[in-house]
Ligand binder design. Structure first.
Ligand code: CP
Ligand code: NVA
Length: 311
């Protein structure tokens, strides 16, 4: 973990690229930019953000684009198949060229190593907008949403229900960094990444957070302040759909499961949601759900990230 709070020029590929103090700096910046959102702002005037996405995105793409434009900057959206990259130009060449045109680059890559390679060859901040391993910007924005909703982070209990995927991996790191406790209920064979878990445990040793991995969703949500879930089939896992649909039966946030949590527990989902699979319609649209606020806050969070890494 890094202990400085100056994020200028830094990469953000993993939640663990940040220190706890830097997460607090992000939360403060997001709050500040949220309050002044309607006034217009030229904080990033003259700057250009590149977005290079190998996979679909609604929220991450649109929030970073809108954030950049609302702060006075411009954006260039790129798909690999429209670049020479798609015809075999090496990442190291693409990265060095893009460095000359852009002030920051948001990537969405199938493989985390692709983002790492870009970051190694780019002299501008490279931000992971989701890879198979992590989704750090989502967790930063979610921390902001939770702080708004609960007025605290430390000591809260978050229950993760479902797949131990990229979002779950970043949650393990983010929760432990902020002194939250995290219980993860997954079917056997769908646990979070081992190396991330090891890193999260090291962070937890310092922060006092507790990590519990289990099979039973009911046990994970006992005493939970926050219930969190994500799709059963992530992008790139479409061929495993049938097996996954079988494995995840019972790993649904629904009315019965919610009864086991604290009375004021909130429900979160990074979206896109599959109603009737990982979450029911009534819970997603119900009064305990803060998913729409969560989605809104991706805009304020994207502004804060861009401001911190480029200014
Ligand atoms: N939550 C999230 O990252 O959504 P998108 O895939 O639409 O960007
Ligand atoms: N785990 C999901 C998150 C989508 C935002 C995926 O990788 O597709």
């Amino acid at each position: 973990m890094n202990n400085m709070t100056d994020l200028k020029g830094r990469r953000l590929l993993s939640v663990s690229d940040l220190s706890r103090a830097e997460v607090f700096a992000f939360l403060e910046k997001a709050k500040q930019l949220r309050m002044s959102a309607k006034q217009g702002n030229d904080l990033l005037s003259g700057r250009i953000l590149g977005l290079l996405f190998e996979m679909a995105s609604t929220r991450t793409r649109a929030s970073f684009e809108a954030a950049m434009m609302q702060l006075g900057g411009e954006v260039i959206y790129m798909r690999p198949d429209e670049l020479q990259l798609g015809r075999g130009e090496p990442i190291k060449d693409t990265a060095r060229v893009l460095t000359e045109y852009l002030d920051a680059l948001v990537l969405r890559t199938n493989k985390h190593e692709t983002s790492e390679k870009f970051a190694d060859y780019c002299d501008i901040p490279v931000i992971n907008g989701l890879s198979d391993l992590e989704h750090p910007t989502q967790i930063l924005c979610d921390l902001y949403t939770i702080q708004e909703a609960k007025n605290q982070l430390e000591g809260l209990n978050l229950a993760w229900i479902g797949d131990g995927n990229n979002v779950c991996n970043s949650w393990l790191l983010g929760a432990c960094m902020m002194g939250m406790n995290i219980s993860v209920a997954t079917p056997k064979g769908y646990e979070p990444d081992r190396d991330i878990l090891k890193k999260a445990m090291e962070i937890a040793d310092e922060s006092g957070s507790e990590i519990d991995l289990m099979k039973e969703p009911e046990e994970a949500v006992r005493n939970a302040d926050i219930l969190y879930t994500d799709v059963w089939i992530s992008m790139g896992q479409e061929e495993e759909a049938e097996r996954r649909m079988g494995a995840f039966q019972g790993y649904q946030i629904n009315r019965d499961l919610l009864k086991n949590a604290k009375r004021d527990a909130i429900v979160m989902h990074c979206l896109p949601a599959h109603r009737g699979m990982e979450i029911t319609e009534d819970i997603l649209e119900g009064r305990r759900s803060i998913v729409w606020k969560q989605a809104e806050n991706k805009l304020h969070g994207a502004k804060a990230i861009l401001a911190l890494v480029t200014n």
